[in-house]
Write a protein that binds this ligand. Structure first.
Ligand code: PEP
Ligand code: MG
Length: 757
């Protein structure tokens, strides 16, 4: 029965309290829901108040009403988008109308008896950016709800959403069929970033914190808390922008700038303050505004707008953390954690304990990015480029990371889990077979000895050396130590790490690559004076080393000290001109002189090499090679530059296939020039760790490969099965192909020759 015109205490804070009271108690769920709608109707002076909840089928079912026919409860169901209620849910936005029946979306349901009501105000019950229901008030007379009322109903809807989802309002029985969070199994297709299989429970990097308390007891205090939090947030971002340290290590300058811009966004700030004034705690206000943003942007098709949504989300999460005084380093993780993130800087991954981190799922990223490289080094299966990932799962969901197929299974069914577990058992068996090959020399079926080395960059990688049976470290990425440090590593800590590596390697050779900073490898503590439009083409690697010789000299000093009395191999990254190599080598001489003058022991044998990763030097190898003691092909960069395709940009990073005539011919010309000049050459890009690609490298004449740890076993198995004499003949004819990719042809060749790829 409509209750008109009565009066009651106005203002959302009182109303929220009354709703709380209505929800409390041991009465059956339906009775409490009925009390809630009655309270809201009275307080808002509305003749009708109804709550619709989304069933698992997607339909919105009338769960309680004050004012409409009682018989309609649990009988009226609307499809998504059907009627005004469906429209509120679909848009995930409030709708306020003075004359609802004249609206094109109005759907008349005779059983509800709603035709005499003109004014309509509906607000979505948002959870995680999705509408799990709709709250509606209606009035018989045509009237416009004022903005405060629209604001109030959104706050009430938020409180209802939280209580429904927490199970406080509905019994477990009813809740089972109500769609409060995505709960169906889903399969998402992405890309393989790091091989392997894992399953476990989701932890969200920068997890959205759920506000602990929704209703404030003192809005003035809450507003102050919010303002202080906002100020903290902004000054934190400023500090990071100024090159200070922070948790954003690895994220680009642009992202920070966007954060800064959004943190100042007047609309965002105003919405937060209004939400607090309507009676929410500061945390709940951030959560409410975040949900509204998420719901609004989620429908956008434009990738730029979607991107901005993520920025807003990150910012809101950051603000929630500031308000909660949360320290991400101290989060408790389940012991089967699957980390889920939009993207990660290489250092971010290392903040998580290795023992409990079983897998990694990324919404973005690229297989050649350094976060993916770190995941491979740590042996953590990783799938990337999973569109919409974070909208489809919640913290604690069970997921499978399938690094073999590049898929993620969200909330898998038990049979799916069984099948993954048995595949994991098969993998373990295969790993055991690779382990048996550990001490078998890498010699091809027709007797060519191959040097199979491994790539490393972290102290944890040193274990891999013994486990894989690699003959040494063909590429030690020294910048990883710099990336995981809070400040520039000092001489003694650099020396200590290099000593540790050389000691662990014993007689096995180690090739240290000097600092390769820039591009996607950002040091949070190093001020960048100039912003670069194209960091991958910018002051990266040796360019930075030569511009800041003190940095490079310090590193060389540490390397020479660590290598005293033994063999030391040092190589320079990103050599684009012969002069760069000369200048870099001169710095080595300067440092040797410096040590000599002080009577410090020098390496027994010093070899200095260059990485071949800039296409320019391909046409100057005759000048470069005689200056070097060895070279190593960095195919990750070489191909990014050859194909003008940023390796970190998912839109372009896989537009070409390294198993294509231009890429393979370039490699062949390097191999030939090295053979002609007697220059030792290896390949240390990711290519060398994939059996089919490594097979192609052998057919081009390379006999020294440095692979990520996970690739050593599979590549050795390939080597043992390969008859190179026959394979080389086959490859020669394929290189003349006019096709964009000759992957299938190389695979057929390998299969024909019984090579295990
Ligand atoms: C490469 O570019 O192939 C390489 C090995 O170096 P990085 O991946 O560290 O740039
Ligand atoms: Mg490189």
């Amino acid at each position: 029965m409509p209750i008109g015109g009565g009066l009651t205490t106005r203002g959302p804070r009182n109303l929220l309290r009354q709703i709380r009271e209505a929800m409390a108690g041991a009465a059956p769920a339906q009775e409490r829901l009925d009390r809630v709608v009655r309270t809201i109707a009275q307080s808002m002076v509305a003749e009708v108040c109804s709550i619709y909840l989304r069933r698992a089928s997607g339909e919105l079912e009338l769960f309680a009403t004050e004012g409409l026919n009682r018989e309609a409860v649990h009988n009226t169901r609307l499809r998504p988008g059907e009627g005004l209620v469906g429209e509120v849910a679909r848009m995930a936005q409030p709708i306020s109308l003075s004359d609802a029946p004249s609206h094109p979306s109005f759907a008349y349901r005779p059983e509800t008896g709603e035709d005499p009501y003109h004014a309509f105000l509906g607000a979505p019950l948002l959870r995680g950016g999705r509408a799990i229901g709709v709250l509606v008030v209606q009035n018989r007379a045509e009237r416009r709800y004022d903005p405060d009322e629209v604001e109030d109903i959104q706050t009430i809807a938020m409180v209802l959403a939280e209580t429904v989802a927490s199970g406080e309002l509905l019994g477990q029985e009813e809740l089972r069929d109500v769609e409060v969070a995505p709960h169906r199994p889903e399969r998402l297709k992405g890309q393989k970033f790091a091989d392997g299989l894992a399953f476990g429970h989701v932890i969200l990097h920068e997890a959205p914190l759920a506000p602990e308390k929704l209703l404030s007891s003192d809005p003035v205090l809450e507003e102050m808390k919010l303002n202080l939090g906002l100020a903290d947030l902004k000054s934190g971002i400023d500090r990071m922008l100024e090159g200070g340290q922070g948790k954003l290590a690895g994220q680009s300058f642009e992202v920070l700038e966007t954060y800064r811009m959004f943190a100042d966004d007047r609309g965002w700030n105003r919405s937060l303050v209004e939400a607090v004034r309507s009676g929410l705690t500061a945390e709940a206000a951030v959560d409410r505004v975040r949900n509204e943003h998420r719901a609004r942007f989620a429908k956008a098709r434009d990738p730029y707008i979607k991107e901005r949504l993520h920025d807003f989300e990150d910012l809101a999460n950051r603000l929630l953390r500031v308000l909660a005084g949360d320290n991400p380093g101290q989060r408790e993780l389940p012991d089967d954690a699957i980390l889920v993130a939009r993207n990660l800087g290489p250092a971010d991954l290392l903040e998580y304990p290795r023992e409990t981190l079983k897998g990694l799922l990324l919404e973005e990223g690229s297989a050649a990015s350094h976060a993916a490289i770190v995941a491979r080094a740590l042996g953590i299966p990783c799938v990337g480029r999973l569109m919409g990932l974070r909208d489809r799962l919640s913290e604690g969901d069970l997921v499978i990371v399938d690094g073999e197929t590049g898929e993620a299974h969200l909330r898998p069914r038990p049979d799916m889990l069984d099948s993954v577990q048995s595949r994991m058992a098969v993998r373990d068996q295969r790993q055991a077979e690779f382990a048996k090959l550990r001490d078998v020399p890498a010699v091809t079926a027709d007797g060519t000895r191959i040097s199979l080395l491994t790539n490393a960059g972290l102290a944890v990688d040193l274990e891999n050396l013994d486990e894989t049976g690699a003959e040494g470290i063909g590429l030690f990425r020294t910048e990883f130590q710099f990336m995981v440090s809070e400040e520039l590593p000092r001489l003694d800590s650099q020396t200590a790490l290099y000593k540790l590596v050389l000691d662990a390697a014993g007689d096995r050779p180690v090739t240290f690559r000097t600092l390769d900073i820039g591009g996607d490898k950002v040091l949070p503590y190093m001020e960048t004076t100039e912003r670069e439009e194209n960091p991958a083409l910018g002051r990266r690697a040796i360019r930075l080393g030569l511009d800041r010789p003190s940095l490079l000299r310090l590193q060389l000093r540490a390397l020479l000290a660590a290598g005293a009395g033994r063999e030391l191999r040092v190589m320079f990254p990103m050599i684009a001109t012969v002069d760069e190599f000369r200048a870099a080598r001169e710095l080595v001489d300067v440092e040797c002189d410096w040590a000599r003058r002080r009577g410090r022991p020098l390496p027994a044998l010093l070899r200095v090499g260059a990485m071949i990763e800039c296409p320019s030097v391909l046409w100057h190898l005759d000048a470069l090679l005689p200056l070097t003691d060895f070279v190593s092909v960095g195919s990750n960069d070489l191909f990014q530059y050859m194909y003008a395709a940023d390796r970190t940009n998912p839109l372009v990073s896989d537009r070409y296939d390294p198993l294509s005539p231009p890429a393979l011919r370039a490699l062949q010309s390097i191999q030939k020039a090295c053979a002609d000049t007697g220059t030792p050459v290896s390949v240390c890009g990711e290519l060398a760790g994939r059996p089919l690609e490594a097979f192609a490298l052998l057919t081009l004449g390379f006999t020294r490969l440095s692979a990520p740890a996970g690739g050593v076993g599979p590549v050795k198995r390939m080597i043992l099965s390969a008859d190179l004499t026959a394979a080389k003949r086959g490859m020669a004819s394929l290189l003349g192909s006019s096709a964009g990719s000759i992957r299938n042809e190389i695979e057929s060749l390998a299969r024909k020759l019984n090579v295990v790829v």
